[in-house]
Design a protein around this ligand. Structure first.
Ligand SMILES: Cc1ncc(COP(=O)(O)O)c(C=O)c1O
Length: 384
């Protein structure tokens, strides 16, 4: 395909004048591939590769159990959490890295239900990422519909569905298929007006979209570490809990790491203060350390810069597709207006699966979403 051949001079020049171009050298992406799949698995950073070796050989290998204190393993969920806090517009002490998004959502939804004793509806969108809906279905099966009932509506019906029975509204900001983006500030406000708590899944937003969790008065958020944060396969996820809710946090997967004094081995659970009580068991230190180092990529750049570049790449890409007669058969399923979509472009085609496979074979790594979507992400500090 023509567009994936050596780019013309103007495109090379754009790369050269790009303020993020030096970031390319901080990643270990093979030279001979074009990687457009950071929405599923972000690439490896040099920082992370070095950290993995350090943690395995120097810390675990030599200092063994002393590393929990000597190398601050015990604090890592919060150290990495504070780095993510900066990226999502949150003040300190409101973020922790732990478990997966699915597990964290269960903890947070159960917490919201307990904060809303007279309401039973968990409201979401039919098009939400399936795991989010499965978690809510599991909670409903456990607690029974009188206490907990999942209701899903199509996106245009969301505002009307915000009524006095809704305990919590939980949504993914960016649709994993077509990239449609919700306005967090607006929807959170509408929900708050009706006494509804909000939980945002930021898996496809964190690291690429400008976010202001505190300013937008979001109650809770969760998100992935292995996508745009480049934390590696199965990297821990995170939980944001707005300070205003800390006194009310109560979550069911109570474990010793969320106890206020884990090492007293108290037979009775007494929750730690604040965000720490969302911890459950021992953190996966190897994964967490790798994520923690990957987050350093963001220290000297802004999400605004990343977003600007993502949009510029997307516009260029769309222009190239539009002007290529071989590619006219692709239908853009993402919003043309970049403020209404995440950092991805989704194209539909009856043979999307075959096209995705052919691209992958040609070392252009894209994603496929059944049944007919070919998905390209358009940002990440690694993307050139
Ligand atoms: C929006 C969204 N939520 C949740 C998940 C699942 O996260 P986890 O595997 O950490 O449970 C994904 C995974 O792709 C996702 O895209």
């Amino acid at each position: 395909m023509k567009i994936f051949n050596t780019p013309p001079q103007e495109i090379r020049e754009l790369d050269q004048s790009d303020t993020l171009s030096a970031k390319r050298n901080e990643f270990l992406v093979p030279d001979d591939i074009i990687y457009l799949n950071g929405n599923s698995l972000g690439p490896l950073t040099k920082n992370s590769q070095q950290r993995a070796q350090e943690v395995v050989f120097e810390q675990w290998g030599k200092d063994l159990i002393a590393s929990w204190n000597k190398h601050a393993w015990i604090d890592l969920p919060f150290i990495a959490g504070e780095k993510i806090a900066k990226i999502i517009g949150a003040a300190e002490h409101q973020l922790v890295c732990c478990d997966s998004v699915s597990i964290n959502l269960l903890k947070v939804l159960a917490c919201c239900l307990q904060m809303q004793p007279t309401r039973n509806i968990l409201l979401s969108q039919k098009e939400n990422f399936p795991t989010d809906l499965y978690v809510a279905q599991g909670l409903e099966a456990l607690l029974g519909p009188t206490r907990c009932k999942l209701k899903t509506v199509a996106e245009p019906e969301l505002a009307n569905a915000l009524d006095k029975d809704v305990a919590v509204l939980f949504l993914s900001q960016v649709n994993f298929r077509n990239g449609d983006r919700h306005d967090i500030e607006k929807i959170s406000f509408l929900a708050r007006e009706k006494g509804i708590l909000v939980v945002w899944d930021l898996s496809h937003s964190v690291g690429v979209l400008p976010l202001k969790m505190d300013e937008w008065e979001v109650d809770f958020a969760i998100g992935c570490g292995y996508k745009y944060l480049n934390g590696g396969p199965g990297a821990p996820a995170f939980i944001y809990a707005n300070k205003k809710n800390h006194a009310a946090i109560k979550q069911p997967i109570q474990g010793w790491m969320g106890h206020r004094e884990p090492f007293t081995f108290d037979p009775d659970y007494k929750n730690a203060a604040g965000i720490a009580q969302f911890l459950t068991g021992t953190s996966p230190i190897l994964s967490l350390a790798v994520l923690d180092s990957a987050l350093d990529i963001f220290t000297d750049i802004t999400i605004i810069d990343i977003n600007r570049k993502a949009n510029a790449l997307a516009e260029l890409f769309l222009d190239l597709v539009k002007n290529d007669e071989d590619l006219n058969c692709l239908t853009l399923e993402s919003k043309a207006d970049s403020t209404l979509r995440g950092s991805q472009l989704a194209f539909s085609h009856a043979d999307a699966y075959g096209i995705s496979r052919a691209l992958n074979k040609a070392d252009v790594v894209v994603d496929f979403r059944s049944p007919n979507i070919c998905l390209l992400y358009t940002s990440d500090a690694a993307d050139e």
